[in-house]
Design a protein around this ligand. Structure first.
Ligand code: ADP
Ligand code: ZN
Length: 668
């Protein structure tokens, strides 16, 4: 046969590589794009996805290419929709990682394994409670909800920023928007964390019953596979899930809803460092789907996109049924009279009044554990994690010191490892200490503590929510978890016991995060008949965010913070790509750094600044020494080009571990 008649195709394998070229040898028919194929790989056989004909195959590749061995039957639906392959391709190129790595991440491993088994038709996945028999009463939409819905339904394929104050009925807008979609179009609903959204999941199930699938990392392999197949075979109408659900294989996608779009959890911090919120906009473009980004406190990136006209802004400025926003008071902890080390007199009184009136209370402490610093009273030595450059947190109940970054655990020392002194001080607040103080201040009250430590057990979170809903519990003390989407009408008082640590983080988004968290927490108060109250205890009452938090003035906060970002050249007015270089052995790492430094000094990409290299704020993590450098510029394509260039140079260096983070959300 003449070489020109041979046919070649590209096959993407779920491995950390780009796609490979294989020959499609007669009598095989060329597969369809998205079909699965089996191909030889080294000495074995691998399963991958056919991504299309290979064009301009060099003679060298022609002589090396091995043939595709088997391919999916043409009677079945292609394994993956073509639009999903395009999303995978886009993701790989934007986040600078091999395309196969994205494929591996996007498709659950159970799905690959199931390819050669006869598919068992399954009932829709175990999604918790079945739809209730009494359908929830349909509200009369508020005028603002109505207007938002009209604009969403009147335009397919738009990107909408739904900016609605807490309790303004955003979820109801989502539900109606999904209902208004033409038959046969699927919807992906992204939520920050599945356990935090039981209430929303329930409302979707009540509205769409069996056609709702749930997708998150807490599912077993079998459950994930089943959910994935329901979507692929067109039996699911709505998929609710965490960030990875953005890769679910909807052939026809009508809408993607990103709830609490400002949430940092949409950005994966390890491995494939993608942002599901940003990918939702890309996927919307690829499939002509409408995108709704919802939040009371949008990310400044999305807000700026709305201001510049890239997204359409929809505003819900009022709570439903004309409920007032809560009254917010900032308590200066430097001057306040104290009822206990971390509770002011004012907070104690407010709690007592609330309890007397049969109301419920939420208390937020941004740190968990009992004390986050254990210090020697003689020499001042602080107990540090052996693997990370952070202090260890004392967990009193389990009698351990724990590292909140790597999970290392140590026994609580009886004496200082440095001087042998025995006067150990346990300092700094945490949820455990606050719980203890509250128990002492209010004997007989049994507060529930909600944090990572108390919610790891299956259902424990749901039990706490239920106990708040029924009114069995009158106080919830916890970390950020207590501030998230809950709708507890009985909460009259929400308070920040301590949150100053957020404001002090060495990260340009520190103020934005603190503003979002405090506003979210305020949003939990006063959702029922009684107007809500919010108290924020702080040692830094002059910080500019508080006046905006107190006035519920997101726009005011955003425009002030955006001015600052503009003058400092930070996102959304620039693009950042962060490189982290790591090494285990200090001596070798220092040598590597010298070379990295040299490479950087000679690297002058046009229109892009290079900041660093410098030690990361977390200069040691899980045993690695870490330095970082930032590429920053106005044009995304220039910053990307620079990053590719620099990555190539750095990867050529021996024994260098390198992480690349495009649009980083954390800078620690
Ligand atoms: P958000 O997500 O904006 O904080 P929710 O969607 O949770 O607000 O709505 C708050 C509460 O108001 C929910 O209990 C919801 O059922 C109810 N609700 C929403 N829209 C209306 C409406 N138009 N009329 C009456 N109640 C509504
Ligand atoms: Zn550690």
């Amino acid at each position: 046969m003449k070489p020109s008649e041979r046919q070649f195709g590209n096959v993407l394998l779920p491995l950390s590589t780009e796609s490979f070229t294989y020959e499609i040898a007669t009598p095989m028919q060329p597969p369809r794009i998205g079909d699965w194929v089996q191909v030889p790989l080294r000495k074995s056989v691998a399963t991958g996805v056919y991504t299309g004909k290979a064009k301009e195959v060099s003679p060298e590749i022609q002589s090396l290419a091995r043939p595709v061995e088997a391919c999916q039957s043409a009677d079945e639906l292609p394994f993956l929709p073509e639009s999903l392959l395009r999303l995978i391709d886009w993701t790989a190129s934007y986040y600078i990682c091999p395309e196969g790595a994205v494929l591996k991440y996007a498709i659950p491993s159970g799905v690959w394994k199931g390819l050669f088994k006869v598919p068992r038709r399954s009932r829709l996945t175990e999604t918790g409670p079945l739809p209730s028999d009494k359908p929830e009463g349909r509200f009369q939409l508020s005028a603002e909800q109505e207007r938002a819905l009209q604009r969403i339904s009147s335009e397919t394929g738009g990107v909408f920023l739904l900016k609605g104050v807490t309790g303004s009925g955003k979820t109801e807008v989502y539900l109606r928007a999904v209902e208004s979609l033409p038959e046969g179009l699927g919807t992906i609903v992204l939520v920050p964390e599945i356990v935090l959204t039981t209430q929303m999941v329930r409302r979707f199930q009540e509205r769409f019953g069996e056609k709702v699938v749930i997708y998150h990392s807490g599912l077993s392999e079998g459950q994930r596979t089943r959910a994935w197949n329901e979507v692929r075979q067109g039996r699911a109408r709505v998929a609710i899930g965490v960030r990875s659900a953005i890769f679910l294989p909807f052939e026809k996608l009508g809408m993607v809803i990103v709830d609490e779009e400002h949430s940092a959890t949409y950005k994966q911090a390890e491995g494939l460092r993608y942002n599901a919120r940003d990918l939702s906009v890309v996927r919307g473009k690829l499939q002509g789907a409408t995108i709704i980004l919802g939040s009371a406190t949008p990310s400044l990136e999305s807000y700026e996109n709305a201001r510049s006209g890239k997204y359409q802004e929809l505003v819900l400025s009022q709570r439903v049924k004309e409920k007032p926003m809560p009254l917010v008071k900032v308590v200066d902890m430097k001057a306040a009279a104290k009822a206990s080390p971390s509770v002011s007199e004012e907070l104690r009184e407010a709690v007592s009044e609330t309890l007397t009136a049969d109301g419920q209370v939420l208390l937020l402490i941004t740190r968990r554990g009992f004390a986050h610093v254990v210090m020697c009273g003689d020499c001042g030595q602080v107990a540090k994690c052996p693997l990370c450059s952070v202090s260890l947190t004392h967990h009193k109940k389990v009698q351990r010191l724990r590292c909140h970054h790597c999970g290392s655990e140590l026994m609580v020392p009886v004496s200082c490892s440095h001087c042998g002194g025995t006067r150990l001080l346990f300092q700094g607040e945490g949820t455990e200490r606050a719980e203890e103080e509250v128990r002492e201040l209010f004997p007989g009250l049994a507060p529930l503590r909600m944090d990572y430590d108390t919610t790891r057990r299956r259902n424990s979170f749901a039990e706490m929510i239920a106990s708040m809903e029924t009114g069995e519990t009158s106080m919830l003390v916890g970390t950020q978890m207590v501030a998230k989407g809950h709708d507890f009408p009985g909460v009259h008082l929400a308070a920040v016991v301590s949150g100053d640590v957020l404001l002090g983080l060495p990260d340009f988004r520190a103020a934005e995060r603190a503003f979002q968290l405090f506003s979210q927490l305020s949003g939990r108060a006063g959702r029922g008949e009684v107007p809500g109250r919010v108290l924020i205890q702080t040692h830094d009452p002059e910080h500019f965010i508080f006046e905006y938090v107190a006035r519920h003035d997101y726009d005011g906060f955003a425009s002030r913070e955006l001015d600052l970002r503009r003058s400092l050249g930070y996102p959304p007015y620039s693009r950042i790509i962060r490189f982290v270089v790591k090494g285990k052995v200090l001596k070798n790492f220092e040598k590597t750094l010298e070379t990295v430094d040299r490479v950087c000094r000679n690297f002058r990409p046009p229109g892009v600044e290079l900041l660093g290299p410098a030690p990361c704020p977390l200069s040691r993590l899980r045993g690695y020494h870490r330095w970082h450098l930032l590429l920053r510029g106005k044009s995304s394509s220039r910053v990307h080009a620079a990053a590719r260039g620099l990555a190539e140079k750095l990867r050529a260096l021996p024994a260098l571990a390198l992480d690349i983070d495009v649009d980083p959300v954390h800078m620690l």
